[in-house]
Ligand binder design. Structure first.
Ligand code: PRP
Ligand code: MN
Ligand code: MG
Length: 181
């Protein structure tokens, strides 16, 4: 195990099990709908690539990168900074937003509002992790992999200062690592 990790919170085996279950549920719900899966970079990249192996229907995917400004002006759509936009039109599409983690909920809240203005037919959320203790904006998460306590997690796509995204499990970072600087 990586020496900066205090403990493993979600093992590779648990990750696989969650992806299989979520993939099955999504396969059932979106059969015949040609859904568009939207991966929110960069954290959700590893999760999405594993998840869609278990989605056994015709589908499409695209990528988007946004950065959030924090808590202000949350009732408008203009405050999601789009770093990389989708190449696919959402009009009339059944959209599945794929996230690695829902923390305060601000990112998703804004994305949903933005996608509504783009006239998606339906918008649902799948998130690998849910950290409800940190929620400020109430957003409905349709599919959740694992619910976790309020810990500093990295791995399986999630970073601290851009590192640790490549760990194949979700781990809790040792406090001395983020208290050092
Ligand atoms: C993280 C995470 C989610 C978002 C959740 O992304 O991947 O996208 O924050 O936080 P929220 O619920 O408080 O909005 P981040 O902005 O760190 O970018 P990254 O995915 O590139 O690491
Ligand atoms: Mn992210
Ligand atoms: Mg990040």
């Amino acid at each position: 195990m990586n020496s900066d990790i205090e403990k493993v919170l979600v093992s590779e085996k648990e990750i696989n099990e969650a992806n299989e279950r979520l993939g099955k549920d999504l396969t059932e719900e979106y059969s015949g709908k040609n859904p568009l899966f939207v991966c929110i970079l960069r954290g959700a990249a590893m999760f999405m690539m594993d998840l869609i192996r278990h989605v056994d229907i015709p589908m499409e995917y695209d990528f988007m990168d946004v950065s959030s400004y924090g808590g202000e002006n949350t009732d408008t759509t203009g405050d999601v900074k789009i770093v990389k936009d989708l190449d696919t039109s959402l009009k009339g599409r059944d959209v599945v937003i794929v996230e690695d983690i829902i923390d305060t909920g601000f990112t998703l809240d804004r994305l949903i509002k933005l996608f509504e203005t783009r006239e998606a037919k339906s918008i649902k959320i799948v998130s690998f992790l849910d950290k409800p203790a940190r929620r400020i904006k109430q957003v409905h998460v349709d599919y959740i992999g694992v619910q976790i306590p309020d810990a500093f997690v990295v791995g399986y796509g999630m970073d601290y200062n851009e590192h640790y995204r490549n760990l194949p499990y979700v781990g809790v970072l040792k406090p001395e690592v983020y208290n050092a600087k």
